[in-house]
Ligand binder design. Structure first.
Ligand SMILES: CC(C)(COP(=O)(O)OP(=O)(O)OC[C@H]1O[C@@H](n2cnc3c(N)ncnc32)[C@H](O)[C@@H]1O)[C@@H](O)C(=O)NCCC(=O)NCCS
Ligand SMILES: Nc1ncnc2c1ncn2[C@@H]1O[C@H](COP(=O)(O)OP(=O)(O)OP(=O)(O)O)[C@@H](O)[C@H]1O
Length: 199
């Protein structure tokens, strides 16, 4: 039986970095954000439905995220409309990944919106990554194309960090890479042993 560990955390909390550490240890990782990137790429299944919502977002046959971000700044309804077409496609991709890795003892499902989309029903335990709000904001603001307003808009759609931590089975701090790597190794050891992870 495969143990499915859901990995989540608010924007900039360190999901991708932590997911990479699971991969380094040989754990198969599925990534919701990466899936959206594939769906938005040329030939991807989200291109046509996004074109129906915002035709100018299609550049060279792919969805252009810069255009989406710019449009979101003036249209607060846009993100919700995107979610309605993108989320079912993401869910189908995730189901296929779980079928493909049915023999693995442990898989990680990196899902930014796990709590927001009821994703905890499809996993055996939830790992939340976290850091303090100042570090979170500084990390996200360091990204090109990000503004304070867009950061606040995205955070407002996410379950607050304190609630995520309260609902988690496991919590890992992402203060330093060394500390996080050690916590990940410890968790993999516990969850790959065939136990229920509570030990
Ligand atoms: C808003 C968009 C244009 C921003 O693109 P960009 O390349 O700048 O960032 P990226 O996609 O890497 O997302 C960064 C982070 O933003 C947060 N985020 C993204 N979409 C959402 C959302 N719908 N609600 C809340 N947070 C979100 C997540 O924490 C994510 O890890 C893009 O994320 C998008 O098209 N989102 C809609 C699809 C969606 O809901 N994706 C979420 C994963 S299923
Ligand atoms: N364990 C850690 N120790 C120190 N710095 C970290 C750690 N994890 C992440 N970071 C820093 O935080 C930044 C954001 O991390 P990451 O991209 O993993 O976040 P994320 O939760 O996947 O973000 P998003 O929700 O926006 O996709 C990284 O660029 C890195 O500099």
């Amino acid at each position: 039986m495969t143990f499915r560990l859901g990995l989540t955390g608010s924007i900039g909390m360190g999901k991708s970095t932590t997911a990479a550490m699971f991969r380094e240890l040989g754990v198969p990782v599925w990534d919701a954000d990466d899936t959206v990137h594939r769906l938005y790429a040329k030939g991807g299944a989200a291109v046509a439905p996004v074109a129906a919502i915002l035709p100018e977002a299609i550049r060279g046959g792919a969805v252009d995220r810069d255009v989406l971000r710019a449009a979101m700044k003036t249209d607060p309804e846009l993100l919700g409309r995107l979610e309605r077409v993108v989320h079912p496609l993401v869910a189908a991709d995730r189901a296929q990944f779980c079928r493909d890795h049915g023999q693995a003892p442990l898989v990680v499902l990196d899902i930014p919106l796990l709590f927001e989309t009821g994703g905890q029903a499809g996993v055996d335990a939830v790992l939340v990554v976290t850091t303090d709000p100042e570090t979170q904001r500084a990390r996200v603001m360091a990204r090109p194309g990000m503004t304070e307003a867009l950061f606040d808009q995205i955070v407002a759609r996410q379950v607050p960090d304190a609630e995520k931590r309260a609902r988690a089975d496991h919590v890992i701090e992402t203060k330093t890479l060394e500390q996080t790597r050690a916590s990940v190794a410890d968790l993999v050891k516990r969850l790959s042993g065939g136990g229920d992870g509570d030990a």
